[in-house]
Design a protein around this ligand. Structure first.
Ligand code: G3P
Ligand code: CA
Length: 375
């Protein structure tokens, strides 16, 4: 473009408020959250209150609800006979006694089991062995939960009505999952407006327009979710690695010979700035209301990944009019780091700690609430 024309174009764009000014014309993250009915900052109970009770089981979800979390997070799968249920891993070994109940099928994907078979499994005892300091006799024999049962829990406290934050897990294993989810949410009244009768200060997320948030790592699933439920807020989950944001390094964890998974992932970073921005742009173009990036945790651990909540990354998402909900943080030092970097919500296994950090006092202690629910 000739210089004179370029200068004229620049002048015109300044007069029209484009360029830099266009970025700031996006609503603030708080305004965006308000418009979508999503609390700001949002407390997202990752697999329930899964630090204090076995993940994705009734005590974990009831505790998160009663503590006052905004959302109950779950990973959605479908049984062999077509029932939607919550489980993180694609097989049952880590969190159930499948190896003793179905030894010949212990490595099989969870979707190869009928609901009746899944319901025979003990989804609580592993927690008592893994975390003896948090063990409770009542956790022995806990059941895997269906989506219907989690909906019942979300509605079960008259004063605390959290929303649902549902991930389509490994959606390529479940053709039609997005449609099945829509049908279930519709049947249960979660896709239509519900008038809130709660008082100010009570948790009413589950009665507003942000009562369901849909999340996925898979671009194809985001597109299907958008097609099935265009009115429901969606988050594209971000991570660096296979199937996600391309890494600067092409060495996988398995090939790296590294022993410390957290240290390996903490070193992973997007190939370049443009690669990160491409994913955010994609989320925006597909109708998502935000992104769900990973975090590198100060203390490391299994849920520590690449640091995708650097301030420039969050600013880029905000400039596109997107929210940022970071996963999965349990320690105050990391809550502070993420909030300072500009995130709009946090996935946590420790809802009690995050609520304390946000100065949103729970009505009782973790032990009292577990006991009140019979655990
Ligand atoms: O859904 C956000 C966060 O849960 C992603 O990690 O593996 O725990 O589902 P994951
Ligand atoms: Ca998840």
């Amino acid at each position: 473009m000739p210089t004179t024309l370029r200068n004229s174009a620049l002048l015109l764009s300044l007069m029209l408020g484009l360029g830099q000014a266009q970025a700031s014309s996006q609503p603030s993250p708080t305004a965006l959250a308000t418009a979508t009915g999503i609390p700001h900052p949002a407390v997202i109970a990752h697999r329930g209150a899964s630090f204090d009770a076995p993940e994705s089981t009734a005590p974990a979800y009831k505790l998160a609800r009663d503590l006052g979390a905004d959302y109950l997070e779950l990973d959605l799968q479908r049984s062999k006979d077509g029932v939607l249920f919550a489980l993180h891993d694609d097989n049952l070994q880590r969190t159930t006694d499948v190896a003793s109940k179905f030894p010949e099928r212990k490595d099989s994907p969870a979707n190869q089991f009928t609901l009746a078979e899944l319901k025979t499994l003990d989804a609580g005892s592993w927690f008592n062995s893994a975390y003896p300091d948090r063990a409770r006799p009542s956790y022995i024999g806990l059941k895997i939960l269906t989506l219907d049962e989690i909906i019942d829990i979300a509605r079960g406290n008259p004063l605390h009505k959290p929303g649902l934050y549902i991930e389509t897990k490994e959606p390529k294993l479940f053709p039609g999952l997005e449609r099945d989810l829509k049908d279930k949410l519709q049947d249960r009244g979660w896709l239509s407006p519900i008038g809130s009768k709660l008082a100010k200060g009570d948790i009413a997320v589950g009665q507003g327009k942000g009562k369901v948030v849909l999340q996925t790592f898979e671009k194809s699933s985001l597109e299907l979710l958008q097609k099935e439920m265009p009115q429901v807020p969606k988050i594209l989950l971000l991570w660096v690695g296979e199937g996600g944001i391309e890494s600067k390094s092409n060495v996988t964890f398995a090939a790296s010979g590294e022993q410390d998974k957290a240290a390996f992932y903490a070193r992973q970073e997007p190939k370049d700035q443009a690669e990160f921005e491409k994913w955010v742009d994609y989320a925006k173009a597909q109708g998502a209301v935000g992104t769900g990036p990973s975090a590198a945790l100060t203390g490391g651990g299994d849920q520590s990944y690449s640091d995708l909540v650097q301030p420039w990354m969050n600013s880029f998402a905000h400039d596109k009019g997107l929210l940022v909900h970071v996963y999965t943080i349990d320690e105050p030092v990391d809550y502070q780091k993420a909030m300072d970097a500009g995130v709009d919500g946090i996935f946590t296994n420790r809802s009690s700690e995050l609520l304390k950090y946000f100065k949103r006092p729970a009505p009782a202690t973790v032990a009292q609430l577990l006991e009140a629910n019979g655990y």
